[in-house]
Write a protein that binds this ligand. Structure first.
Ligand code: AMP
Length: 281
């Protein structure tokens, strides 16, 4: 079966209803497009574990707190569809903004402590937008399994809370972060980096690797944070927003390393492009 693109909610729902009546299971991968191998790995996994893979491509305005970031976000629908064909994706849902938001959105999600730190703190309203769009997409697709990337660790925790507290009848699958050969976490935003910036971008991975080694060797998190801050100061193209050691599920700061529960999380601007990454320790 080749890829079919839907722009309308009603048409996609009608098609998926037919599939469900035939007993087919649905794996769902929500994205904002400008797809790369990280996204495709999620779709491949959905296809391995479910009969049908659905990928949504929607640059969701309600999760952008910065209008320039929304405007600069890369949009490459036709290439995305070619890529999705290579991994045997069945359906793409690529709605216009008016289809998803026919009227102004009034409802607000509050994810409590989860949204007061890190991405929630530096991007006010971001997780409200994520909560709205993911809920809408889950209602539209009604998947058996939904696939998210560990690259957005805090988003994984927010969506897990959404699924648990609103009893969405689906299984959440978190997939590992895919990286470029030089360690840079794949991201649609990497397309916005100039050649010069792209050459500098692996610094994030290199510093995260060094920080991990230091922690494993018993260096305190306070010293590691100083080392990271100093390392970024030496490279003026970067502007470090945060670097923290947190519990990977609650995203709250922790003072000592707890194997399998701790994560290092980082956000930094490289020029105008904001990059995030995390390592599970
Ligand atoms: P986005 O299009 O950035 O909203 O991402 C869509 C999904 O792909 C999210 O669940 C992301 O966490 C996931 N994703 C983004 N980058 C990567 C990556 N490098 N490796 C694995 N998954 C990723």
């Amino acid at each position: 079966m080749s890829l079919t693109v839907f722009e309308k909610i009603s048409a996609l729902k009608a098609e998926l209803k037919k599939m469900k009546l035939q007993g087919k299971t649905i794996g769902f991968v929500p994205t904002m497009g400008a797809l790369h191998a990280g996204h495709l790995a999620l779709v491949k996994r959905a296809k391995q574990e479910c009969d049908i893979a659905v990928c949504s491509i929607f640059v969701n305005p309600t999760q952008f707190n910065n209008p320039q970031d929304l405007e600069r976000y890369p949009r490459t629908l036709s290439t995305d569809c070619d890529l999705l064909n290579t991994v045997a994706c069945d359906y793409v849902f690529a709605p216009e903004v008016a289809e998803m938001y026919p009227s102004t959105h009034q409802m607000k999600f509050n994810f409590g402590d989860l949204e007061q730190v890190l991405e929630g703190k530096f991007r006010p309203g971001h997780f409200n937008g994520v909560g709205i769009v993911v809920s809408k997409l889950f209602h539209i697709v009604e998947p058996d399994k939904a696939y998210f990337g560990q690259k957005d660790l805090q988003q994984c925790a927010v969506v897990a809370r959404l699924v648990q507290e609103l009893t969405f009848p689906l299984e959440l699958i978190i997939c590992p972060t895919l990286r470029e050969a030089d360690g840079l976490a794949m991201s649609s935003r990497n397309k916005n980096l100039s050649a010069e910036e792209r050459a500098k971008a692996p610094l994030i991975y290199n510093i995260m690797s060094q920080a991990t080694d230091m922690l494993h060797n018993g260096v305190s998190i306070a010293h590691v944070k100083d080392f990271v801050a100093e390392s970024f100061k030496k490279e003026p193209a970067f502007n470090l927003e945060y670097f923290e050691m947190v519990n990977r599920y609650s995203l709250q700061n922790i003072g000592t390393l707890e194997p399998d529960k701790s994560a290092l999380v980082i956000a930094a601007f490289l020029g105008k492009t904001r990059l995030i990454d995390n390592f599970i320790l």
